[in-house]
Design a binder for this molecule. Structure first.
Ligand SMILES: *Cc1c(COP(=O)(O)O)cnc(C)c1O
Ligand SMILES: [Zn+2]
Length: 411
């Protein structure tokens, strides 16, 4: 018997059997993203604290009973998930918090949180007998898919904006993907990829239409709860682009509660770049309509004009009692530097956006100081050196000579 009870449209509520549909709702089209509804009664019996205590698998697959796969044959031998949750003491001035945690998801095989989704997406593709996959991406979803598909022997076609950071494009190429640098925005890369998927029959990895991908992302919240000794944090802060991540994070916490693993919910706070903030604008206007504006931010992973999973994002905010905050690119670069210098964790711009958001929350008086807050670092700083260099400053050039060194070093 399948773990999946049904697939339910987040827009109109129409329900489907797992076997009758792959992507979005037939009535609502591209906006009708499906949510996987699992058999929690069954999972509750299996995924207990006791079961986990005896489980030696320290990866995302530790929570396999809550992941909608019927077969395990497509699981690739890469260490994904169970990333460190650091209890950070060195940032009490910047955050005003006595209890602050960093979940470092740059420590995944291809160095971003997207690996959680790709691991499940590739396993699902193999379960379905698919041998070709595609993705549109600002960079990380694609490089992540490329890595997992490479191990699995799945062929990939990748669509990224021409402006994607070099390191991410390099990852795609080294993993052997067919890479298309689209002369346009991320939104245009998405359009082209979706059309191509339909035309050529490729299995689409996009979290925004493929309901199984969020099922990988949600596991980060299971890990956070277990790493906190089966306590939910008070607030979890997440950078928002398409909204799949924040949707997944919220789903994970909801499920932990549903399964009796935690006894309260955290508030979910989303953070966007000030000039790429359609979710913030929609949330503040209390609407589910997203208004397109050309996104402008150096945080390429969250540079999104139309959030492809906006409904799940807004649901996460409304259901958890959370909210959105915006940060400027300067604030993101400052956050990158502070985080690196005070914790040793070096995130890419989108990767440190949640931390920038926490400093903003403090500044706006949104924190009391006694909350337990988790910031998710979603991608590695090495993925986008150009942006990091803007925050990092310049190195000294010196002759291989002590006298020349003394010109600079005065102690
Ligand atoms: C994809 C991504 C995000 C945002 O996730 P969405 O699902 O697009 O909202 C944040 N940070 C990094 C590093 C990412 O790659
Ligand atoms: Zn629908």
């Amino acid at each position: 018997m399948s773990k999946v009870l049904k697939l339910k449209c987040v827009k109109c509520g129409r329900e489907y059997n797992e076997s009758e549909i792959f992507y979005t709702c037939r009535d609502c089209g591209i906006d009708g993203i499906l949510d996987v509804v699992l058999d929690y009664e069954r999972i509750r019996k299996e995924l207990t604290r006791e079961y986990l205590k005896n489980n030696k698998d320290y990866s995302l697959w530790r929570y396999l009973p809550a992941i909608p796969l019927e077969e395990t044959g497509g699981i690739q031998p890469l260490q994904v998930g169970w990333t460190p949750l650091y209890n950070i003491k060195s940032l009490s001035k910047e955050t005003g918090l006595s209890s602050f945690f960093l979940k470092d998801d740059s420590r995944n095989p291809t160095a971003s949180l997207k690996d959680r989704a790709s691991a499940v997406g590739v396993a699902k593709a193999i379960e379905l007998g698919r041998t070709v996959m595609c993705a549109a991406s600002t960079g990380n979803a694609a490089s992540s898919l490329s890595g997992f598909a490479a191990v699995a022997g799945i062929k990939t076609y990748i669509f990224v904006p021409e402006t994607a950071p070099e390191a991410k494009v390099t990852q795609l190429l080294i993993y052997g993907s067919n890479v298309f640098l689209v002369k346009g925005t991320y939104d245009e890369a998405v359009e082209l990829c979706f059309k191509a998927a339909e035309e050529f029959g490729w299995y689409n990895r996009s979290c925004a239409i493929n309901p199984y991908l969020v099922e990988g992302k949600k596991i980060i919240s299971y890990e956070i709860c277990e790493q906190l000794g089966w306590k939910a944090p008070d607030i979890a802060v997440v950078a928002v682009g398409d909204g799949c991540t924040i949707g997944g994070v919220w789903k994970g916490f909801k499920e932990c509660y549903e399964l009796g693993l935690i006894d309260k919910f955290p508030k979910i706070v989303g953070v966007q770049a000030a000039n790429s903030n359609p979710v913030t604008r929609a949330f503040n206007k209390n609407t589910y309509e997203f208004e397109y504006r050309v996104p402008e931010t150096l945080a390429d992973s969250i540079s999104v004009g139309i959030p492809r999973n906006g409904i799940k994002a807004l649901n996460a905010l409304h259901e958890s009692g959370g909210y959105m905050v915006d940060v400027s690119d300067e604030e993101i670069l400052t956050a990158m530097k502070i985080l690196a210098q005070k914790t040793g964790v070096f995130g890419e711009p989108a990767g440190v956006t949640s931390f920038a958001g926490i400093m903003k929350m403090k500044e706006l008086g949104l924190l009391k100081g006694d909350e337990k807050v988790v910031s998710i670092v979603s991608g590695s700083g090495l993925k986008d050196i150009k942006s990091a260099m803007k925050a990092a400053g310049k190195a000294n050039h010196v002759e291989p000579d002590l006298e020349d060194l003394k010109r600079i070093v005065h102690v």
